[in-house]
Ligand binder design. Structure first.
Ligand code: G6P
Ligand code: ZN
Length: 543
């Protein structure tokens, strides 16, 4: 076993995006590429001497190999110890929990979240800080700078560590703890939720299907829902993590979790359907015949969270990303608590959670979570829903209808235009920015603009300013459109168009979301000039 320093030239483009560095798997597999990025993280945090880290990933192709590489680099950078999930597996929220519980100096999470896995698909590396949350912007900037200045990395030449065996081994002077990926996460869930009440719900015949989408939540959901809470075997489907997620797209939304959606809309639907993504931080909730949008789910969880033991004293505040609908704002108003509007990306919730200003957070991109960790948490959201359903004795559809009747309804939909040439996407967005101050008062397809701006956020805790975070356009009558470019794609640009129309009269009988949002959609297509700029008006995906 020898420590060596390998001299290299910097790689282009090792800039962490919304959620870590995400590239095609083959890019990561190039000689020195992963090593260069990991060394850049160590350089950016002032070295690894005496520090401890958590390492694990979502089980996608290259997960195990990358885990072994990071272990060797950590050892060569002087790390005192690493905590690694058995077989290199850890869900993102479980990794966040391990960082916090063990007081480590951070962690490496190997995942490209909901993007497909495989040698020709996507891979990613996220570095989380000591609070358990995604690296804040200052740190990602330092990592990028380090990646541009790098001239070598340190690595231990050694055999692979046995990650199949739970227990302790050492590599040079570094201690390696291989842990059960589920155990301490499960303990945390038992502290937050009324497991007895949920157990009684299942014992009373409540039915559920949880689709793990061949990804990391399989073992977590099986242990918690089936083994601890008594849901019958077969409740969790696609429960064995596979390197390519069964050839699918592990994204829990009505498009990619279509088999689950079809079941939930059929006569054989169970009481609750749920799914999570590649790394276990996203969630989808659907009742029998009743899909709950992520924005609504956040609002409904906020309104009912006090029914779960972990939140019985109420919420300090809530936070949502800017494109997320305003449904939770209505709840916050009624509860008399603050509702923060942050840029897209979970990292922006970190300071609010750390400062105790927000308890629940959520995003339209199927993420919901709380101050129990510093990541969004798919299974946590499912358990909170189960706890609420057990406490209220109502169906998902009944809770949803009652919520809309009380707070009004934010009709909401997201339209994604994928693989748009970057120049065209930028021209479309810039074309609006140059006119943004002149938009109020103008009408498009019969709808008048009330206000428009480019969203900028000053973090109320650390004062950091984040600019260019998407365009907001409010129209007459409670309609809002948001436009922004995705920060997570790996090919071309993805334009996201978020449409929302608030109606205080609750659910409008016989009106589909698409029908309510159609006038707004027409107005934005005209205002932005989709046809002129990108040659199309129809999105690839509507969620
Ligand atoms: C990741 C982050 C989320 C964020 C989402 C946005 O999933 O963890 O916090 O909402 O990316 O993705 P986008 O592609 O819209 O930038
Ligand atoms: Zn994810």
């Amino acid at each position: 076993m020898t420590k060596v320093t390998v001299n290299i030239a910097p790689f282009e483009g090792q800039k962490p995006g919304t959620s870590g560095l995400r590239k095609k798997t083959r890019v990561f597999m190039q000689e020195h590429y992963l090593e260069a990025f990991v060394q850049s993280v160590f350089d950016a945090i002032g070295g690894g001497d005496g520090k401890r880290f958590v390492i694990g990933g979502d089980g996608r192709y290259f997960n195990v190999q990358a885990t072994q590489t990071i272990i060797r680099i950590a050892a060569a950078n002087g790390a005192a110890g690493v905590i690694v999930g058995q077989n290199g597996l850890l869900s993102t929220p479980a990794a966040s929990n391990l960082i916090r519980q063990n007081g480590t100096d951070g962690g490496f999470i190997l995942s490209a979240s909901h993007n497909p896995g495989g040698i020709d698909e996507d891979f990613g590396v996220k570095f989380n800080a000591a609070n358990g949350g995604p690296a804040p912007e200052g740190l990602t900037t330092r990592i990028f700078e380090a990646s541009r200045a790098i001239n070598g990395y340190h690595i231990l030449r050694a055999d692979d560590v046995d990650l199949g065996q739970i227990g302790e081994v050492s590599l040079g002077n570094m201690k390696i703890e291989v842990v059960d990926p589920v155990a301490s996460y499960q303990v945390l869930m038992e502290q937050l939720f009324d497991f007895d009440a949920i157990r009684a719900l299942f014992a009373g015949g409540f039915t559920m299907r949880f689709d793990a989408m061949h990804a990391v939540t399989g073992p977590y959901a099986t242990a918690i829902l089936q083994e601890a809470l008594g849901a019958p075997e077969g409740t969790v489907v696609n429960a064995v993590p596979s390197e390519d997620f069964g050839g699918g797209h592990p994204d829990p939304n009505p498009i990619w979790a279509k088999p689950l959606m079809d079941l939930m809309m059929s006569d054989d639907a169970p009481d609750l359907g749920a799914a999570s993504d590649g790394d276990g931080d996203r969630n989808m909730i659907v009742g029998r015949g009743a899909y709950v949008t992520p924005s609504d789910s956040l609002a409904m969880l906020a309104a009912n969270a006090h029914l779960a033991p972990g939140y019985k004293d109420g919420l300090a505040g809530v936070a949502r990303s800017m494109p997320t609908s305003g449904a939770c704002d209505k709840v916050a108003e009624k509860l008399g608590i603050a509702c923060f509007e942050t840029p897209t990306g979970w990292k922006f919730f970190g300071t609010l959670l750390d400062a105790g200003r927000a308890t629940l957070c959520g995003e339209e991109s199927a993420g919901t979570g709380s101050d129990h960790v510093r990541e969004k948490d798919g299974l946590w959201a499912v358990l909170l829903w189960l706890n609420i359903l057990a406490a209220r004795g109502l169906s998902v559809a009944e809770i949803q209808e009652a919520h809309w009747a009380e707070f009004g309804r934010n009709y909401y939909s997201r339209h994604d235009f994928e693989a748009v040439p970057e120049v065209e996407a930028t021209a479309l967005v810039d074309g609006i920015i140059t006119r943004i101050d002149d938009l109020p008062g103008k009408s498009f397809a019969g709808m008048a603009v009330e206000k428009a701006d480019e969203f900028a956020y000053r973090d109320p805790i650390d004062n950091t300013l984040s600019e260019h975070q998407g365009l907001r356009i409010w129209f007459q009558g409670g309609a809002r459109a948001v436009l922004r470019l995705s920060g997570t794609g790996t090919e071309g640009a993805t334009i996201r168009l978020y449409l929302e129309h608030y109606r205080s009269d609750g659910s409008i009988e016989g009106h589909s979301t698409a029908a309510v949002l159609e006038p707004l959609r027409q107005a934005v297509l005209e205002l932005a000039g989709f046809q002129q700029h990108i040659g199309r008006v129809d999105p690839d995906v509507i969620t």
